[in-house]
Design a protein. Sequence first.
Length: 235
Amino acid sequence: MAGKSAAEGDLVAQVIGYLRKEIVSGSYAAGMSLPSEGDLAESLTVSRTVIREAMRSLRSQGLIVMSQGARPRVAEVDAGPTIESLELLLQRSCTTLLQLTEVRRPLESAIAGLAAERAGDAQIAALRAVIDDLERATGLKDRVDADIRFHELLAEATDNPVFSVLLKTLGGLLVESRRRTIKAAGPEPAIVGHREILAAVERHDPRAAEAAMRRHLDWAEQDLKADAAKGRSKR
């Protein structure tokens, strides 16, 4: 910031670091109001100007919510901005759909294996229902949506929210990948692959679920390569 001394900048960074640590550790829980500007300034032995700068930075990072006439509050956990940022980064890096498949293979095989270990009856029923949705769907968008939902439900069945965040980060690329493969080969390969994965999850057989997911993604990779070859032959 123009006109701000190096010493003041160091103090702002220190206050940001301290408050970030307190928020991440849970000392200041989501929804909790932070101490007043004056109390923070006194307890941290800095000026109110430093506190204001630190608060503005924490707000821009999505860690606190500020409203006029009220003390800043710790923001609810929201992975949305991070997901959007990473998704945009992937799109701008010109990542190819075949490169995406290379990433999906180990990631989604692990997801399938853990889902087979941990999925409950309700989660298995939801997986079965979304396969039925895919079979009934007639439009490309509905087929793609049902396909993606199956993989999202698998991630949720791991009881590890990091998997869901990672899949959502790949969201835009995943939509395009499914759109191309379903358009090229129809929904049948996806339906067969999903039913094989589900059968392993129902048996709570992690190794079989991982193997079924790898086969499913191998088929998707073959369809993408065939689609790419077809596109080159038309040039």
